[in-house]
Design a protein around this ligand. Structure first.
Ligand code: AKG
Ligand code: FE2
Length: 436
């Protein structure tokens, strides 16, 4: 099944965007029809392909060229942009750090088991082997209850075009999201600025991923395990390597084919909240599929980069805005499942999902995060912790490591070896209080 492509040009030029009209009655019947189509597709598929004349193939290429060059740089160089102490909110996140929800969410795992075989997602066995770069886009509020960690943007040396390329592609993709958000609002029978007014000064994040297909190009490799996005809408420019599977509302799994010059938009948890579940957060995964293998072959023949770059941008509702079913969705029988909550608090809650220990992680998910350390913590192991292990230790943090060290015995892990990890990784942790 191919998803239809919606051209945003008629809306942009048809007075939809800048006329100041604020409700569905004021757009022409043709545009109204287009808007209803947008909301219908989002509702049924959780994804939407669009063409925005302001976001050109050249813009996308310029961004991907730069990110390919960056991700191809030596690891030691990329690690200079790593900020584990800021929880990777800015700069680079190395491979092996992000943990897919399907790996740690036991409720989700139960649901997966009962899905028909042909629509089951690939089950990841460890953290995602993809890199990521986090770049904040757009203004932030000066006064907010949800101050982001105070961190300067990180710019790698030797990339004079970095800021301009990130900001311009970021702003362009946000503009495309804003148009889709207006059209969707009209299509859902809400005032046209119902969503966009809540997006102003939101913590939008340009967060491209980079996956090394020369090392991880085997069919079935999971780059991003089955998950939903917790933000409002996610947008991606076209990647040079396919790999995304999405799940439609009816449970069907679909390989997404993004035509040249198009953008892909996906629904996140915040739009689900605002529509009381009329539109639900789209489940998706990124894997090496047979079309990825074909693209790898072609790129090798043409001597092109084998890094798969996504230009993922997470658009958010402003942290201080209240998430609650809007307009007529407040009357929905499902509305009580979506009680009012500040978007910032919602994001904090989502990030803490399943976390019940003082370290903020369940014992199990903390353990999974330390998988890269397995070799270094085996009894009497002479193997020093790898970079991936040290990254995992630093991002896990002292309280979690201590939770593990104080937890039940784990086969194959020597408690004393585990306690030496922070020193060996120069992580500067306080020693754990050992409980007897
Ligand atoms: O790498 C991609 O194409 C998208 C990854 C993804 O789903 C995400 O970052 O949430
Ligand atoms: Fe995602």
């Amino acid at each position: 099944m191919d998803l239809p492509v919606i051209d945003l040009a008629p809306y942009l030029s048809g007075g939809g965007k800048s006329s100041g009209d604020d409700d569905v009655a004021k757009v022409s019947s043709e545009l109204g029809q287009l808007c209803r189509e947008v909301s219908r597709i989002l509702r049924e598929t959780g994804a939407l392909l669009v063409k925005d004349p302001r976001c050109t193939v050249e813009d996308n290429d310029r961004f991907i060229d730069m990110m390919e060059k960056y991700f191809e740089s030596p690891k030691e160089f990329k690690m200079l942009q790593e900020r584990p102490n800021l929880h990777y909110q800015v700069g680079v996140t190395p491979e092996g750090v992000e943990v897919p929800r399907s790996l740690v969410d036991e409720e989700m795992q139960e649901k997966l088991k009962v899905m028909p075989k042909e629509s089951q997602p690939s089950l990841p066995r460890g953290p995602d082997p993809k890199w990521r770069y986090m770049w904040r886009v757009g203004p932030r509020p000066s006064n907010t209850r949800f101050q982001e960690l105070n961190s300067e943007p990180v710019i790698p040396e030797g990339f004079p075009e970095w800021k301009d390329t990130m900001d311009s592609w970021g702003y362009k993709m946000i503009s495309a999201i804003e148009v889709v958000a207006e059209m969707a609002a009209i299509g859902f029978g809400l005032p046209k600025d119902a969503f966009t007014s809540l997006m102003k000064q939101g913590p939008h994040l340009l967060a491209p991923t980079g996956s090394d297909l020369s090392r991880y190009g085997q069919e079935g490799t999971v780059f991003a395990g089955y998950h939903y996005d917790l933000n409002f809408l996610t947008i991606h420019g076209r990647s040079r390597f396919p790999g995304l599977n999405i799940w439609l509302r009816n449970g069907q799994k679909v390989e997404v084919k993004v035509p040249v010059g198009c953008l892909l938009i996906q629904t996140g948890k915040q739009i689900e909240w605002l529509t009381a579940g009329d539109c639900i957060a789209g489940m998706h995964e990124v894997i090496v599929m047979s079309r990825t293998i074909n693209a790898i072959k072609l790129a090798s023949e043409q001597n092109r980069s084998l890094w798969r770059v996504s230009s993922t941008l997470f658009a958010h509702i402003a942290s201080d805005a209240v998430l609650k079913p809007l307009g007529h969705f407040a009357e929905s029988p499902l509305a009580s499942k979506y009680p009012p909550i500040c978007a910032g608090e919602f994001v904090e809650q989502e990030l803490a999902q399943g976390k019940s220990h003082p370290c903020g992680n369940t014992f199990f998910s903390a353990l999974v995060q330390l998988i890269p350390c397995r070799a270094a913590v085996a009894p009497f192991s002479p193997i020093p912790p790898s970079d991936a292990c040290c990254n995992a230790v630093k991002s896990l943090g002292q309280p979690c490591l201590c939770t593990l060290v104080n937890g039940p015995p784990i086969a194959g892990i020597d408690r004393n070896m585990a306690m030496q990890l922070p020193d060996k990784c120069t992580a500067n942790f306080e020693p754990c209080d050992i409980m007897k």
